[in-house]
Design a protein. Structure first.
Length: 392
């Protein structure tokens, strides 16, 4: 699936940067074009892979490149005011070559949580391609203002995109882990899961042929209908003596001994269960999911149609959905068989219910919260001692 990725805010920019690095490392060709948008100059300067021309600094007249101080209302206002500048960078995207837009944003900060829904609404008004969101929920230890921002912007983001895929930091941070190393690990997990999902179907002439092809239309149909999505992942190391590709390898395995079909089928069904019932990007009960998509990745000789079909039927039983799609994504030189399960339209999500409760409680303390946000912003704008060199 070919994507135009837009990272909004600090977390969004870093994750898009990581996707570009993943693309280069794996040759998956997922990201057709990448843009980073931020109100903080330092965050844009810290990116490695996003092209300089595609880094958009917004709100310069209001916050002078210092960011919005976790004020997501200000983040939304700035995005509205400078939407033409953002559109200027998007105009360089060859939209006829992409299957969808993906807006990546942290839901706890000010720029991303405020601006991402504004951009989604703008893109949907102009383009016919689907506009998806990838929202990163803050950990509960990051502070009340970040949880409040997530609570306030979550519903708006869900409403403005065609589907919101969610990653909950709270479920992934290890206890005792530093914030910096924790986020680095989390970003790797995000890119690994979504890389396999969106990479399915993107093959060239030298790649192995999938037995059951998953193309962009399968992903789009699974995400159709809106709502919230979560992704599960499980992998197992396998021997891959034969690095060659092609249909023959499915039946012969390595050059020396055939692959055990029963063992291959059992491994696949086990990995599907682990992916769906294990550590989801947004923990939830999978029963009641409206739609699901299963993607198996790995050496062609370790993938088979029977295992994929069994895994798909098991997902149907567990979710209660009749819209469960499945297929494989052969990677000839891989040392792992991996299962990715996309659950779309999930309903029973404790974290979302918690955010809704926070939003209701926040209405009673809105004046105090607004005052805190304004104080944060004033401190940033007045701190001219650390003035950075102009980025543009």
């Amino acid at each position: 699936m070919k994507l135009a990725m837009i990272g909004f805010g600090q977390a969004g920019g870093k994750i898009v940067d990581k996707f570009l690095e993943y693309d280069q490392r794996t040759g998956s060709n997922i990201v057709r074009s990448a843009v980073a948008v931020n109100s903080a100059k330092a965050d844009l300067m810290g990116l490695d892979e996003v092209p300089q021309d595609n880094r958009v600094l917004i709100g310069q007249s209001r916050v002078k490149g210092h960011g919005v101080g976790a004020d997501n209302e200000l983040g939304a206002e700035i995005a509205e005011e400078d939407i033409d500048e953002i559109q200027g960078a998007i105009d360089n995207i060859p939209v006829h070559e992409v299957d969808a837009f993906l807006i990546v944003a942290g839901m706890g900060g000010g720029t991303g949580s405020g601006g991402a829904p504004v951009l989604a609404k703008h893109l949907k008004r102009i383009y016919t391609e689907p506009v998806y969101g990838l929202g990163i929920l803050p950990g509960s230890d990051e502070g009340g203002i970040y949880t409040l921002n997530a609570a306030r912007s979550f519903q708006t983001f869900v409403r403005e995109v065609d589907n919101l895929m969610v990653f909950d930091n709270d479920a992934w941070r290890q206890s005792g882990e530093s914030i910096e190393s924790g986020y680095e690990e989390i970003n790797e997990e995000i890119v690994r899961r979504f890389g396999i999902l969106f990479g399915a179907g993107e093959v060239d002439g030298d790649d192995a042929v999938a037995e059951s092809v998953v193309d962009s239309s399968e992903i789009i149909n699974t995400l159709a209908g809106g709502g919230v999505s979560t992704i599960g992942y499980a992998a197992e190391e396998v021997e891959n003596a034969n690095s060659g590709s092609g249909l023959l390898s499915r039946f012969t395995g390595s050059d020396d001994e055939p692959t055990d079909t029963a063992n291959t089928t059992n491994r696949i069904t086990s990995l599907v269960r682990k992916a769906a019932l294990g550590r989801l990007t947004l923990p939830c009960e999978i029963e009641g999911s409206e739609r699901a998509l299963l993607v198996l990745s790995g050496p062609p000789q370790h993938l088979n149609r029977k295992g994929i079909e069994r895994g798909r039927k098991w997902l149907e039983e567990q979710t209660g959905s009749m819209e469960v799609r499945g297929g494989d994504y052969p990677v000839s030189d891989s040392q792992y068989v991996a299962s990715v399960v996309l659950l779309s339209g999930v309903n029973n999500v404790p974290r979302v219910k918690e955010l809704q409760e926070v939003a209701i409680e926040a209405q009673e303390n809105i004046d105090e919260i607004q005052e805190q946000s304004e104080e944060n912003l004033e401190e940033l704008v007045e701190d001219d001692d650390d003035e950075l060199e102009p980025l543009f």
